[in-house]
Design a binder for this molecule. Structure first.
Ligand SMILES: Nc1nc2c(c(=O)[nH]1)N[C@H]1C(S)=C(S)[C@@H](COP(=O)(O)OP(=O)(O)OC[C@H]3O[C@@H](n4cnc5c(=O)[nH]c(N)nc54)[C@H](O)[C@@H]3O)O[C@H]1N2
Ligand SMILES: Nc1nc2c(c(=O)[nH]1)N[C@H]1C(S)=C(S)[C@@H](COP(=O)(O)OP(=O)(O)OC[C@H]3O[C@@H](n4cnc5c(=O)[nH]c(N)nc54)[C@H](O)[C@@H]3O)O[C@H]1N2
Ligand code: SF4
Ligand SMILES: [Mo]
Length: 752
């Protein structure tokens, strides 16, 4: 008999409520939950793909161990055998302990990919795993994503997770840079899908929406204006905006008066840049910059916000900083309709680290940020011999071969590892280099609470999703896998009998007392809406209350939290942190003092490539047949002038070449892309030897990150540059047959 289950879709930070109709273990349909307090029935197509993941025959249920053909070297011809959990955990822990005892703490690195943040068990494991391993070699997907934001929040507001959230529900002016909410459903801003409805609402209440983007992306039609901007040049545009706001006497601190340092310095810094030169390098007319600045500063409330298009580029740190400066100098920081700060039911800020440059990396002296190093240096730490060299990797929830800049480089570094344990449900482009794969249970076989994404809330709310199915695999969430792996590792690493005994006792105590659900209950109890230590206090929120309210609990609109909520020692906003001011000469050298022209004159790569998300997919969801069936979106978008200049026609296949690699890809010719810029979707490029993912491999596409460059990262924040990478394009042939290229028939065969 069909039953209904309510939960949160865990696939992205949008946190939509879904209604799962199922008959026993068979899922019949996934729909939006109309009663969900956040999303009110809105979802995107990706949620429906979860049922394919649940039933996917390629999803691993038991650990896999590599059996090497040649004991001295890994090969993609090696075989995999399924082994029992006990054996797999003992083997992995034993190898890690052996390597660390022989080569020291830093010889093990950890890598945490995107799905960590979507995953209660994995998130709860992060801090203990890092503590137990004790290595400085910590790497996460953050440095191929949002690190520049964290960097700027740390320096301006005092904590890397004091996340500025655009108050999209109440703003009158929305200035948006490098983001495409129609497709991404909003990034670092959880609205519960269909944020375009909120953009429409801004305009319906008389407000205005402006988009700055090298592509007239799918969100442009919900905006009043769109302006093309040359990739990497947003910091210059923002300096123009700031300069005009000061020059016209429109700057005003609003509610934050008396709580801002660096006001005069900021005015002086922005005044140094010539507005005509800004217009020339950005491609946005001077008159438009002046008008947008005036409109923004004169609006009743306004917010300047940007996402991955301005964080995975050169000068990303400066860009993030200057966006926040625009908000502060117009009185829109911690103001209704401006940038606001949520109050999540479990407060993670006091428990998380925020630091910079307290130590540096071994090979190239890159600074740590909040205890992690940038992904860009993982390869050199593995491949450069010497004391402290990384020899083993514990990697989870990320597919760096497709997602990190320079996929070929990622393959090399993974191949070079002495030992690699992957915690991942798939044998994919990255995990095929592992020695052992420990697969966590599927999304419906465990409870879910968004421990991280509530930091991006646009309203205050809370929700817990219990497991839908309890299966044999349910006992292996990422939490239990790490609990068992780390317990064994600590025990095997220890030489002294007495301490070994204590570790064993502690491990069995943790096993008995701690589960993800219990930790959530504790977090809620000691959070801002919980009863705390007082047994008589009637709490606004508890785990039981969340269980009783499967559509979530609304906790109120976002409220003022500054200056008390600031984490800076003097409780003031730092408008001009020295480290950011010190990065301005680099911007000047490139855009004002001829760097850009010199680069263009020297280089054979005359186009810049940027990324694009597609509505129906998300990285690892290419395992879902219903999401990727049909024409493969992996095509290169090109402006008609650029196409004509190279003899490219609508049915051409082209070769795209960069400093690091080349790919061949069909084209789409469109005026929606800025001349001089080309664009393609990322996270494709399946079909590689040694993977076990039939759906993705049957419709493989090519990988954009086979073109991006490991040497390309924002010098200040160390975030990878995967947008605006120099390339050239040549015709391979025309009239290519797309039907054949996309091998759809093959997928049909498999699914049938
Ligand atoms: N469908 C779908 N949704 C997703 C995801 C997914 O994979 N698929 N991933 C999720 C994740 S992990 C994230 S982080 C978010 C990302 O969410 P968004 O940031 O909204 O993602 P994008 O669509 O990549 O938008 C980036 C925009 O930046 C533009 N851009 C590129 N270079 C520049 C530049 O130099 N300057 C400016 N101003 N713009 C530039 C691009 O043209 C593009 O329109 O999406 C989330 N949602
Ligand atoms: N060129 C280019 N590159 C980009 C981007 C871009 O726009 N352009 N975007 C960047 C951004 S914003 C992001 S977030 C990254 C994303 O890149 P990654 O962090 O690499 O994310 P995915 O490729 O989605 O891989 C997720 C992995 O997690 C695994 N997984 C799924 N569920 C679970 C689970 O419950 N537990 C565990 N342990 N594993 C699980 C999947 O099998 C898969 O291996 O890519 C970045 N790279
Ligand atoms: S936007 Fe789509 S993928 Fe993201 S949470 Fe909502 S339904 Fe899931
Ligand atoms: Mo991301």
């Amino acid at each position: 008999m069909a039953q209904l289950h309510y939960r949160t879709c865990h696939l992205c930070e949008t946190m939509c409520g879904i209604e799962v109709e199922h008959d026993g273990e068979q899922i019949l349909a996934i729909r939006g939950d109309k009663n969900d307090v956040l999303s009110q029935g809105n979802i995107c197509p990706k949620a429906t793909g979860l049922q394919d993941i649940h039933s996917c025959p390629d999803r691993l249920k038991k650990p896999l161990k590599r059996v090497r053909k040649n004991p001295d070297e890994k090969s993609l011809d090696d075989e995999w055998v399924e082994i029992e959990w006990e054996e797999a955990l003992d083997y992995a822990a034993g190898e890690l302990a052996r390597i660390q005892n022989q080569h020291g703490r830093d010889s093990i690195a950890t890598y945490w990919g995107r799905s960590t943040a979507h995953n209660l068990g994995a998130l709860l494991a992060v801090a203990p795993v890092q503590k137990i391993i004790g290595s400085r070699n910590i790497y996460t997907g953050s440095t191929v994503d949002q690190m520049p934001h964290n960097f700027v929040w740390h320096f301006m507001l005092g904590h890397q997770f004091l996340c500025t959230i655009p108050d999209i529900n109440r703003t009158d002016y929305y200035l948006m840079l490098g983001t495409n909410p129609k497709i991404s459903n909003g990034a670092q801003m959880s609205t519960g899908a269909n944020p375009w409805k909120k953009l429409n609402a801004i305009r319906e209440r008389g407000g205005k929406c402006v988009l700055i983007d090298p592509r007239r992306n799918e969100s442009a039609k919900y905006m009043d204006e769109h302006h093309f901007i040359r990739p990497h040049s947003d910091a210059m545009f923002l300096l123009g905006i700031i300069q005009v706001i000061f020059a016209k006497g429109l700057a005003s601190p609003g509610r934050m008066a008396g709580h801002i340092n660096g006001w005069e310095e900021m005015e002086r810094l922005a005044a140094q840049f010539d507005l005509d030169r800004i217009a020339e390098v950005t491609g946005i007319a001077r008159a438009d910059i002046e008008r947008i600045a005036e409109e923004f500063a004169s609006a009743k409330s306004a917010v300047c916000y940007g996402r991955t298009g301005v964080s995975m580029v050169q000068f990303a740190g400066l860009t993030q900083w200057l966006m926040q400066v625009v908000n502060v100098i117009t009185g829109n920081m911690d103001e209704i309709g401006g940038m606001m700060f949520p109050k999540p039911a479990i407060s993670s800020l006091p428990l998380t680290n925020s630091s910079w440059n307290t130590y540096q990396s071994r090979v190239s002296d890159r600074p740590e940020f909040s205890g992690e190093f940038p992904m860009a240096i993982l390869g050199e730490e593995i491949m450069t011999p010497g004391e402290g060299q990384v020899r083993a990797l514990v990697g989870l929830a990320g597919n760096m071969v497709l997602s990190m800049a320079d996929g070929h480089h990622s393959e090399k570094l993974l191949q070079a590892l002495e030992f690699y344990v992957a915690v991942d449900p798939y044998l994919n482009e990255t995990t095929r280099f592992a020695d052992v794969i420990l697969p966590p249970c599927g999304p419906f076989e465990k409870g879910h609470y968004d421990m991280f994404y509530h930091l991006y809330d646009t309203i205050n709310w809370s929700k817990y999703s219990p497991p839908l199915f309890i299966t044999e695999h349910s006992q292996w969430t990422d939490f239990e896998i790490f609990r068992e792996l780390m317990g064994r590792f600590a025990h095997q690493r220890e030489q002294r009998a007495a301490r070994k005994f204590l570790i064993r006792r502690a491990h069995s105590l943790v096993r008995r007392l701690l589960s993800p659900e219990r930790i959530v209950a504790l977090g809620l109890r000691f959070g801002p809406y919980g009863a705390g230590l007082n047994p008589f206090r009637k709490a606004v929120l508890s785990l039981q209350k969340l269980k009783d309210n499967p559509h979530g609990v609304f906790l109120g609109d976002l409220e003022y939290s500054f200056p008390e909520g600031l984490y800076t020692p003097d409780k003031k906003i730092q408008l001009t942190p020295q480290v950011l001011v010190d990065d301005l000469p680099r911007l000047k050298a490139y855009f004002v003092e001829g760097g850009m022209e010199a680069e263009q004159a020297e280089s054979e790569f005359d186009l810049r490539i940027i990324s694009r998300l597609t509505n129906r997919t998300l990285g690892w969801m290419h395992h879902s047949y219903r999401l990727i069936k049909g024409r493969n979106p992996c095509e290169l978008m090109m402006h008609p002038d650029d196409a004509a200049a190279r003899g490219v026609q609508a049915d051409s296949r082209v070769r795209v070449t960069s400093r690091t690699g080349e790919i061949e890809i069909p084209v789409t010719i469109s005026e929606d892309i800025m001349p001089g810029v080309v664009c393609m979707p990322n996270h494709w490029g399946h079909g590689r030897k040694g993977t076990r993912q039939r759906v993705a491999n049957a419709n493989p596409g090519v990988s954009m990150n086979d073109l991006t460059d490991i040497q390309g990262y924002d010098e200040l924040t160390n975030n990878a540059i995967v947008n605006g990478v120099p390339v050239k394009v040549e015709v391979v042939d025309t009239a290519s047959d797309r039907e054949v290229t996309h091998e759809d028939e093959h997928v049909e065969e498999y699914v049938a």
